[in-house]
Design a protein around this ligand. Structure first.
Ligand SMILES: Nc1ncnc2c1ncn2[C@@H]1O[C@H](COP(=O)(O)OP(=O)(O)OP(=O)(O)O)[C@@H](O)[C@H]1O
Length: 513
């Protein structure tokens, strides 16, 4: 196994390995603590040694544990993850791993600046046209992992970027093979399109850091580009892209441009053609298309755009997108996982009583075992057929592995009642996920469901302790998934998980209200 820092496809076995077995590139992302003083190369070397000497297999994706025992890593690192990999098995023998270790130190979440454009009329009015954020940013940590999609959307987007980098490296003649460095994500509101763009930008800044020591995300506020003086909008677009071009001129910086709700900038041209919009609208779209055409020749840029109304977007814009990806409402499995991560976060922060919330795979296994041992909760033919379909679609071997891993604590089976409780929670969550899914809830609605359910069916005022005691009823809990992983003080009475699930069960009905 080599510590291979060169660009390899994230999804294919690496060629030319010395052994007869194929090796798979596995991306290890190492987040360096803000106060670390060690050199990145030194940390990289220590991580490589730690992984190769500590693991016989790597589970993908996973958060690696045990590095705290290495003094250098303890003082320098705050998290190490092995990213998801499309290799056929969720666990890879270490001999078949080609480690790609990425060391990064995220910048402060508040480290963004606002870009204002004058209206060009010399009247002093400034339009807030965009925000610029240094990447990787602490604010986007964990975002990639939190987004759950049915098919390999995330991996496909990463693959696309890798392909463009490989072609650029090979100096492929742009007159013969060309691409526009542009992606369009479209779909219903609240399905995570904007989040996915930010998460991808963050991922790229980490994965491409060997090539581009710095990276920036520029988010364009499409609406603001429409000046009160409409005729100035084309100039605003031009001016803004002038700033983008200045950033891209620094070839050590990778720049991701995010144009949210792009239909508001590009819808106008069809209307203009039909004579129903003023010709100024035409100038805006033309200005944007011209600027995009200039950008495509630059290696260190990616333009991402999102829309809820793909049909309303000018066809010339859509045609320029290399990838036009529909982002659908979350499927049933993703609904469960979103709800599970919400509940797990509340448990970690002490808002809900402690219980293990199993993954979807394990919940399905519980469902299967309880289907065999007792009558299912929902006896309708539709529910039974869904249960069977899900069950049959799972690989039983990997289910058994997950089952045994998920239920062991330090290698010992947990207490029977803990296991039973965990099982009941997962079965109830599964049934709730089914209901939310059939209501066609978006990721956004699902993520706000906990606060709505809590507010409506549990309430907080009556449960606040009379006087914050510093430790709260649960004492001080370690913040997991929070950016700084600092201990946090919990001052609310933890709600029993059963009560919480009752509230959740009622709450989904009023989601969105
Ligand atoms: N598939 C998903 N998995 C996990 N979280 C999701 C998913 N879809 C949406 N979310 C969550 O929903 C919230 C809203 O996401 P976001 O604003 O990115 O959606 P959007 O598609 O851009 O919405 P809009 O089209 O209305 O601008 C975020 O907190 C995001 O994490």
């Amino acid at each position: 196994m080599e510590n291979d820092y060169t660009m390899t496809s994230p999804t294919r076995p690496a060629a030319g390995s010395s052994s007869s077995q194929p090796t798979w590139p596995v991306h290890i992302e190492v987040r360096v603590s803000p106060n670390a003083t060690a050199r990145f190369d030194t940390i990289r070397h220590a991580v490589h040694t730690y992984i190769t000497s500590s693991f016989s297999h790597l589970y993908l994706p996973s958060t690696l544990q045990g590095w705290e025992d290495v003094p250098l890593l303890l003082t320098s690192v705050s998290r190490i993850i092995a990213s998801e990999s499309p290799c056929p098995s969720p666990s890879l023998p270490i001999e078949q791993v080609s480690l790609q270790i990425h060391i990064y130190q995220p910048s402060d979440a508040d480290a963004f600046e606002e870009l204002a454009s004058g209206n060009g009329r010399g009247e002093g009015e400034e339009v807030m046209a965009a925000t610029v954020c240094e990447l990787p940013s602490i604010g986007w940590e964990g975002l990639w992992e939190s987004l759950i999609y049915e098919d390999d959307v995330k991996t496909r987007l990463l693959d696309y970027i890798y392909a463009t980098v490989v072609f650029s490296d090979a100096d492929v003649d742009f007159n013969i093979v060309s691409w526009n460095r542009m992606v369009l994500l479209h779909g219903p509101p609240g399905t995570g399109k904007t989040s996915l763009c930010r998460a991808l930008a963050q991922k790229l800044s980490i994965r491409l850091s060997d090539r581009y020591p710095s990276a920036r995300l520029l988010e364009i506020n499409s609406h603001s580009l429409f000046s009160r003086w409409f005729s100035e909008s084309g100039k605003l677009v031009q001016k803004l892209f002038g700033t983008v071009m200045d950033m891209v001129d620094d070839e050590d910086t990778f720049v991701v441009v995010l144009i949210d709700e792009v239909e508001s900038l590009t819808a106008a041209r069809a209307g203009a053609m039909a004579g129903t919009e003023p010709s100024d609208a035409l100038r805006v779209v033309n200005a944007l298309l011209t600027q995009l055409d200039k950008l495509k020749h630059r290696k260190n840029v990616l333009v991402m755009s999102t829309s809820n109304l793909a049909k309303a977007i000018d066809s010339a814009f859509v045609d320029r997108a290399d990838i036009v990806q529909y982002i659908d409402l979350p499927p049933r499995e993703a609904v469960y996982e979103i709800m599970r991560t919400c509940l797990a976060e509340l448990i970690t922060k002490g808002v809900v009583g402690d219980v293990e919330v199993p993954s979807h795979t394990q919940a399905v296994l519980y469902e299967r075992t309880s289907t065999f041992s007792s009558a299912p909760e929902d006896n309708t033919p539709a529910a039974q057929s869904q249960s069977t379909t899900r069950t049959l679609s799972q690989n039983s071997e990997s289910l058994e592995t997950t089952f045994s891993q998920g239920l062991s604590v330090n290698g010992q089976p947990p207490a029977q009642d803990w296991r039973e409780r965990s099982k009941q929670v997962s079965l109830r969550l599964l049934s709730l996920a089914q209901k939310c899914w059939s209501q066609k809830m978006s990721g956004r609605s699902l993520r706000r469901l906990p606060v709505l359910a809590h507010a409506r069916y549990i309430g907080t005022l009556s449960m606040l302790p009379p006087k914050p005691s510093g430790g709260g009823v649960n004492g001080t809990k370690k913040g997991r998934g929070s950016h700084d992983s600092q201990p946090r003080t919990v001052n609310v009475q933890a709600t029993d998980v059963e009560v919480w699930l009752d509230a959740y069960g009622e709450g989904y009905r009023c989601a969105g209200c």
